[in-house]
Design a protein around this ligand. Structure first.
Ligand code: DGY
Length: 388
């Protein structure tokens, strides 16, 4: 049923359900909706045209009664909105994203709201896009495609769109968590690249993995690859490709700035499919302009949806509109996890233990998902039990 809440178009499912769940954007797939309606929720999906909903619009949509919300990474979930949700009787908010830099967790906790996110289903999909950006940048695919569509191709030429070979070069992975490690495997195993990685914690398991991989390569008569955890400066100075996979925190804001860009090889490739503000975008534009041999592959921007002035004109940058997780399997899996987070908390289920298997929710029949909330970030702080 389509109606409107104070001029914002809304589609309602299971009207009169025991709980009211607001979903600020329609989501892919069908399972997520079944999860919520099977849990007894009336689901109100905002179908208003504007891409980014401001706090005033979300406040109207939450209204006087709302038990849970599934929201977007473009929304500002901090004290104001958590207060509004609490006042409407809300208990749970789930981001439709694994990243949660748009959420102030302490504010949610202060209002007693459990907060969920959607890890696990994005790992390979996001890593694949980072790999695609790397290849597109190294082989100048978008420049060449534009040339072709522009009818400029007059025949094979030895110097036409000469790019950079990845095979045997060094890839630097900053923040090798789930996604960064998956990307590293694609680049090392696919292109026999050596790897340098940087993270706050010692992660010997990554070097171990690639050492074992090297044993395998050697057993097949191939050449070993090297893998080392290093300081950021060493990584930047020695990598041919640098890919960012770190969360956005006060420490990682402008991690890549003018000074650090200056440490990189003049013909390096910088990939960012994590969060835009990890890079000082103005400094990156200046660097791309001054170093035509340097390339960037970006899926995220410092001030989305805007781009820094001059970036769109840099032919040495490959620019994508924040689509790293955009495969149907992943995006509908994220929707299902977000729905399970909200339904699980509303039904009073425990939260799944940290780093538990979230794919069991994605694969389950929507009417019989496990009786748990798959990924609640502040479970302990809001007094939710965790599965053992
Ligand atoms: O954090 C995330 O989940 C991505 O940026 C969008 O899928």
């Amino acid at each position: 049923m389509s109606t409107s809440i104070q001029d914002l178009a809304v589609e309602t499912h299971n009207k009169g359900g025991k709980f009211r769940v607001l979903v600020t954007k329609n989501l892919p797939g069908e399972d997520w909706l079944k999860v919520l309606t099977s849990a007894g929720a009336q689901v109100d999906i905002c179908t208003a045209k504007q891409t980014i909903l401001d706090n005033a619009s979300i406040t109207k949509l939450v209204g006087d009664k709302c038990d849970g919300v599934i929201g977007q990474l473009t929304e500002d979930w901090s004290d104001e909105l958590f207060g509004v949700l609490k006042a409407a009787g809300g208990k749970v908010y789930s981001n439709y994203a694994v990243g949660f830099n748009n959420i102030v967790l302490e504010d949610a906790t202060k209002h007693g709201i459990a907060v969920g996110n959607t890890p696990g289903v994005l790992t390979e999909t996001t890593a694949e896009l980072a790999a695609a950006l790397t290849l597109a940048a190294s082989r100048r695919l978008l420049e060449a495609e534009k040339f072709m569509r522009g009818g400029k191709y007059e025949g094979f030429l030895p110097n036409l769109f000469v790019g950079k070979l990845l095979q045997g070069k060094t890839v630097g992975v900053v923040g090798p968590g789930r996604i960064g490690f998956a990307y590293a495997k694609m680049m090392v195993e696919g292109h026999k690249m050596n790897i340098l990685y940087n993270s706050h914690e010692p992660q010997p398991e990554i070097a171990d993995y690639f050492n074992k991989y090297s044993d395998f390569l050697e057993s097949q008569g191939g050449t070993r690859v090297t893998a080392r955890q290093v300081e950021l400066e060493e990584l930047l100075q020695n990598s041919d490709v640098v890919s960012l996979h770190c969360a956005l925190t006060p420490e990682t804001r402008h991690l890549i700035n003018k000074e650090r860009l200056g440490m990189m090889k003049p013909d390096a490739i910088l990939v960012n499919a994590a969060r835009g503000p990890n890079v000082d975008e103005k400094a990156l534009v200046a660097h791309l302009q001054a170093n035509p041999g340097f390339s960037a592959g970006l899926d995220v921007y410092e001030d989305e949806p805007a781009m820094a002035p001059g970036l769109a004109e840099c032919s040495n940058a490959v620019l994508m509109p924040h689509i790293a997780s955009a495969t149907l399997w992943t995006r509908s899996g994220m929707a299902k996890l977000a729905a399970c987070n909200v339904a699980g908390v509303l039904r009073g289920y425990p939260a799944l233990k940290s780093a538990g298997d979230v794919l069991q929710f994605v694969d389950a029949d929507p009417g019989s998902v496990p009786k748990l909330a798959p990924s609640i970030l502040n479970a302990e702080a809001v007094g939710l039990e965790r599965s053992s």
